[in-house]
Design a protein around this ligand. Structure first.
Ligand SMILES: [Zn+2]
Length: 87
């Protein structure tokens, strides 16, 4: 069995649990889909320009905690979650 040529990313999906979209851009050492990338961008903008500049100079590993923090703010409706959402 030989792997399909030129399609190494075919099984990569979004970092966000429950999101089945294809990856669009890196987020730290992970990857996220276009929709979530835009969401992440907005989230970073809200943190202010300093955060934006700081983030740009970070390594992928240094970005991971921010990605994780942002990911916690994301709700994916498809997830049959056990955790009780704040209402
Ligand atoms: Zn996604």
């Amino acid at each position: 069995m030989v792997s399909e040529p030129g399609d190494e990313m075919h099984d990569l999906t979004c970092l966000i649990k429950g999101c089945q979209a294809r990856v669009y851009a890196p987020a730290g050492t992970h990857s996220i889909c276009r929709e979530h990338f835009l969401s992440y961008l907005t989230w970073r903008r809200r943190k202010g320009p300093q955060m934006f500049m700081k983030y740009a100079g970070m390594t992928m590993e240094e970005r991971d905690p921010y990605v994780a923090e942002w990911a916690n703010t994301i709700r994916v409706e498809e997830i049959p979650t056990a955790s009780a959402p704040k209402t």
